[in-house]
Design a protein around this ligand. Structure first.
Ligand SMILES: Nc1ncnc2c1ncn2[C@@H]1O[C@H](COP(=O)(O)OP(=O)(O)O)[C@@H](O)[C@H]1O
Ligand SMILES: [Mg+2]
Length: 327
């Protein structure tokens, strides 16, 4: 058994995460290439605000649109999501600017106070923190659930952000549910006004848009918890600081029922008896690898040595994936 089995799984989501600088982007990019070359139609999306899939591939994906990755035999596309642009797009779909001010105006509408109480505390603090992130995640779910791609590879931001990202399906579900209730209430009020004072019955498509989005979020949430559809690949380096952070990450993933069977121990120092510094690092790494094995006994571990150069561009990424996916 090795990480190679992901090639033949029917994964919809392959998420790659870990501490900053451990090699997430390199691993995500190289696995995306391998999946595409294995015949899958793949979209790699970066949700790290400090985008670097462009740097990793040594190509430009920064225009905020889906771009085909040239030089790969197969269908590989890349996208760096700009969270605020995604936010704007969805605000437009909802038909309201999403500032707290706009929402507080609703308080003046008779009867809404009651409704608002029914909706809960957090409505009053819209937009809640992380809204941009939530909306860009909604955008990702849209790509995934439209079934244009076989697999979505997500190069996630460092751990803290990723953990927030995992709450997002629940958050979006309740948030969209509330907006929907409010929208229904407002549009009922509007049509009542219109029938009182005359005026056309133009159809408001916002509710349909929101309902479709909510449906997608729910479907995606089920897939994110299904080990045959989703795997979150944890990347770490063999230092105790990275190990502790990965333990916390694994706990959070468990809480959210996100499957995470694969762990990659990256940048392991090779043995070199001619270099006392390298030998010391090597021994320390070996000791930490033993600890990692005992901490994640059920995981499929893959170790990758520190290359003698930076991993950048297709050729290097392919060397990395041949090592990641060896039997
Ligand atoms: N096994 C490795 N050996 C040598 N350099 C590596 C290795 N893995 C990653 N790198 C390099 O380390 C740097 C950080 O990697 P990156 O994938 O951007 O990490 P992250 O996305 O976790 O911040 C990059 O310059 C990358 O080329
Ligand atoms: Mg990165």
């Amino acid at each position: 058994m090795s990480l190679k089995e992901i090639l033949d799984m029917d994964l919809k989501y392959l998420l790659v995460g870990g501490k900053g600088g451990v090699g997430k982007t390199s691993v995500a990019s190289s696995l995306a290439i391998a999946l595409a070359e294995h015949g899958k139609k793949v979209l790699i999306i970066s949700t790290d605000p400090a985008h670097s899939i462009s740097d990793s591939f040594d190509m430009d994906f920064s225009k905020g649109e889906i771009t085909r990755v040239k030089g790969v035999v197969g269908d590989l596309f890349a996208l760096e999501i700009n969270p605020s642009a995604a936010g704007e797009e969805i605000s437009q779909a909802i038909g309201q600017p999403m500032g707290a001010d706009q929402f507080s105006q609703f308080a003046a509408i008779p009867g809404l106070g009651e409704l608002q109480q029914g909706l809960g505390e957090d409505l009053k603090s819209i937009p809640p923190p992380g809204m941009d992130e939530a909306l860009s995640f909604a955008k990702i779910l849209e790509y995934a659930e439209d079934d244009v791609y076989d697999t979505i590879v997500l190069d996630t931001a460092p751990t803290g952000h990723t953990l927030r990202l995992l709450n997002i399906p629940e958050f979006l579900d309740s948030f969209l549910g509330r907006i929907l209730k409010m929208k229904t209430f407002l549009s009922n009020a509007m049509s009542m006004m219109k029938s009182l004072f005359g005026g056309g019955q133009e159809k408001d498509r916002t509710i349909e848009t929101l309902e479709a989005m909510k449906e997608k979020v729910l479907v995606a949430r089920d897939k994110l918890m299904d080990e045959t559809k989703t795997q979150f690949v944890k990347v770490l380096i063999p230092t105790m600081m990275s190990v502790f952070e990965t333990e916390r990450l694994a706990e959070e993933l468990d809480q959210h029922l996100i499957p995470h069977k694969y762990t990659i121990i990256n940048m392991v120092n090779p043995e070199n008896s001619n270099c006392p510094y390298c030998m010391h690092r090597h021994q320390e790494h070996q000791k930490n690898i033993e600890y990692i094995q005992s901490t994640f006994p059920l995981d499929q571990l893959t170790t990758i040595e520190a290359f003698d150069r930076e991993i950048r561009g297709l050729d290097m990424l392919k060397i990395l994936n041949s090592k990641l996916l060896k039997e």
